[in-house]
Ligand binder design. Structure first.
Ligand SMILES: C[S@@+](CC[C@H](N)C(=O)[O-])C[C@H]1O[C@@H](n2cnc3c(N)ncnc32)[C@H](O)[C@@H]1O
Length: 206
């Protein structure tokens, strides 16, 4: 699905957009959502609105490497790639989700606790795990941030770490953090002019 088709979803009622989108992406058939292990969370897809809000607020640009940690069926990386032009990676533990993923999206079958994260510049987590696994993966992200500035976006939960600075926001579920590590240059601030329909997709509610 390209950006034009995605942005055309503004013409669909807000409460119907995700169903229309998931049908178009070929991920509307139900799939098992059981947790894949202790402290790990099962599959639930992010909504279109918070993903649009993230693309706009970060802002994600073509030079970014966006990584979805626990990528499910690849909905988020498909949207981010189309809307921003960024290079995307989706890391997912469950083979069944990978084999029923969005057509044309490649997911890596790996555990976020051991997969290479080095090249990522923007990381996304929609409640993929809890407690000790959040701390373990947070520590891995901090090591990436010791080499270059990163942005970490969480949906549905918050992170508490001295090297992460949460941005002020009125978003209900989405939190955007900048890494702040002594001796590492902050992320370059670049203005990105997005299509005004992205704004509407990010904010319009039923
Ligand atoms: C709530 S879903 C989010 C899916 C997707 N990010 C989205 O927003 O649409 C969380 C996903 O994380 C995956 N997951 C949980 N623990 C994982 C781990 N250690 N490594 C890779 N994937 C994991 C689950 O299998 C599930 O698909």
């Amino acid at each position: 699905m390209d950006a034009a088709a995605l942005l055309a979803l503004v013409d669909v009622l807000p409460e119907q957009r995700d169903a229309v989108l998931e049908r178009a992406l070929g991920i509307d058939a139900p799939v098992a959502s059981a947790p894949p292990g202790a402290e790990l969370i099962g599959y639930h897809a992010s909504g279109l609105a918070p993903v649009c809000r993230m693309v706009r607020d970060v802002p994600i640009r073509a030079s970014d490497v966006f990584v979805d940690l626990g990528a499910g069926r690849g909905k988020v990386i498909a949207l981010v790639r189309a809307l921003s032009g960024a290079r995307v990676r989706g890391i997912e533990l469950q083979r069944e989700l990978i084999s029923t993923a969005v057509r044309g999206v490649e997911l890596e079958h790996a555990d976020v606790r051991t997969a290479s994260l080095d090249e990522g510049t923007v990381f996304f987590l929609y409640t993929p795990f809890t407690g000790p696994v959040v701390r373990e993966v947070g520590e891995r992200l901090r090591r990436v941030a010791e080499r270059h500035a990163i942005v970490v976006c969480t949906l549905g939960f918050t992170l508490d770490a001295e090297w992460l600075r949460a941005r002020e926001t009125d978003a209900f579920w989405l939190t955007v953090y900048d890494s702040v590590v002594p001796g590492v240059a902050p992320r370059e601030q670049v203005r990105v002019d997005f299509d005004e329909r992205l704004e509407r997709l990010a904010y319009e509610r039923r």
